[in-house]
Design a protein around this ligand. Sequence first.
Ligand code: ADP
Ligand code: MG
Length: 295
Amino acid sequence: ATPTALMVGTGRGAQLGILIKGPEVLESTRRVDTVVLDKTGTVTTGRMTLQEVYAADGTDEERVLRLAGALERASEHPVARAVAAGAEARTGPLAAVDGFENVAGLGVRGTVEGHEVLVGRARLLEEAGIALPQELVTFKTRAEEDGRTAVAVAWDGVARGVVTVADAVKETSAEAVRALRALGLRPVLLTGDNRTVAESVARAVGIDTADVIAEVLPRDKVDVIERLRSEGRTVAMVGDGVNDAAALATADLGLAMGTGTDAAIEASDLTLVRGDLRVAADAIRLSRKTLSTIR
Ligand code: ADP
Ligand code: MG
């Protein structure tokens, strides 16, 4: 392998908006046959906005929103930001939180106005011994079928409402998936979000619903990559979040969105500077071409 050809490859990469950690990473792209795409922030914009607030019978909607918003203000998660910003915009300044705790991939808990509040996936509530009444399940399922992420709100041991947030699929994602397929790669969608929501995003961008891996806890994303590799696949992963860092490092080729977190960028071999998923296909095409020039 001539170092000069590899250097030309990295120089061309910079022009395309691809930062390559070292010329040697191009080697690993040669056999890549599977590309795992993180959903939130990678395939979607990750800029979520509050949509609906639903209160269980006998509960005040505004109260659901205010307690959820106050708690979520302490979290950096995109769902949390949407809930907090929406609550503040609709109802005014939010109360303080005590004893805030983030439960990775599940949600948050803490004390607001003297109430022990939980906001997150149904599983977070279940683990605290709180059941979701049918009324809330029905509302939540309908929102998810429409592609919105729905989180449950409970306080003092009772589930009292559901709030929904919407994210938008990036305009370029469907084209990016087509370009990756044209390179012979099999796209897989990986997310901690609900399966119904994930399948709706998959359909929008042209990923087979059989290739959707959803409701995966942050620490388990690595296991998904390892499982695909143990099946004999050579795996590229594209991600942006703190939650994706370990999986990006484990993949044969890790690609970070330049618009993402430092943790994801540091764990990756390549960075897509502008956060444009179409450039992932350019990156793989470029490195294959660079390598064939060498051979
Ligand atoms: P992704 O893999 O799509 O980046 P995460 O693993 O970060 O998603 O989160 C998975 C799911 O956990 C979210 O879709 C949401 O339902 C729930 N969740 C995580 N953090 C929070 C939070 N702060 N508030 C509410 N829900 C949350
Ligand atoms: Mg993400």
